[in-house]
Design a protein around this ligand. Sequence first.
Ligand SMILES: *Cc1c(COP(=O)(O)O)cnc(C)c1O
Length: 372
Amino acid sequence: MQFIDLKAQQEQIRPQVDAAIKRVLDHGTYIMGPEVYEFEKQLAEFCGVKHAITCANGTDALGLGLMAKNVKPNDAILVPSFTFAATAEVVAWMGATPIFIDSLEDTYNIDPKSLAQGIQTARKLGFNPVGIIPVDLFGQPADYDAIQQIADAHNLWVMADGAQSFGAAYKNYKVGNIGDMATTSFFPAKPLGCYGDGGAIFTNSDELAAIIKSLRVHGQGSDKYDNVRIGMNGRLDTIQAAILLEKLKIFPEELIARQKTADAYDDALKDVVRVPFVMKGATSAWAQYTIRLPKHIDRDKLIAELKDAGIPTMVYYVKPLHLQTAYKHYPTANEGVLPVCESLANEVLSLPMSGYVKFSQDYAATIKRCLL
Ligand SMILES: *Cc1c(COP(=O)(O)O)cnc(C)c1O
């Protein structure tokens, strides 16, 4: 059994993917070929957002957003601590300061109370808070109504890190159509993944979209050889766009299959362990199915037992960012301790998840036996 079964997915669409790659080899426009523009069009339609701009990976998507917002040293950006490093890394790229925020006990997403505290902390330390990067952890959107209310009160922008949540929704909004900007990743293991690196940034603002498109190609102006701003080389390969067009066709069915798998896990495990909580009005793309273990369970021992039974697991994340070497000198919302993040890091365990998990009574019974 695989933790994320990309092989079973490839078997479903291999001939279509081969044909798509062959078309790119035939036309030879490897950079910004027609598939890139077609994929951007379909992405925007899928999310119901005005602009979808593809880029090289999900980290560059976040970086492009910060560059477009002209983030400067002395600016502070509020980010969750219980996330993948990229969310805070891009803030440091700009010479700005990430302020680490605690997580909610139920969804594990950014805690609005801690967020408000973080804004005060940023000001107290002499920084200028300018924006928030909420993360849609494990596939579930953060609580954007609560976040937007705080952002509005303090005149901050919101850039949603949807690297794990492409395909999910918050109330009537699809991920991608949330906040001033939203980003996603097409890393192979993400809900919609390519066969390499890829990412996208979304916005309803014509102005931001034009700046991001320029930044993606070295800050190019209307004359290709007159660069009007400092940018980067952040383009998505045509071959990856061609692959993603094929994967997007089966993605809605995969989302349904992921939800079915999550429901089956819930039914099997809810009496023995804390199963994921999805907010009313939200859906998850189920990037991960993450259980939370009671304190008496030895996680390392459980991981070994599951492994012996042929069931791979992962711990996302062993260490919150505010405790990691590269990030521990940055401020936290409340003086160094983020209690929820710290207990999550000790208690979470992610089980195999994809649209291709073969769920059976036997499988459920094996996990349950290891848990008891
Ligand atoms: C994967 C991920 C990213 C980075 O995406 P890449 O495509 O790997 O650069 C950013 N944020 C979060 C929360 C992620 O999970």
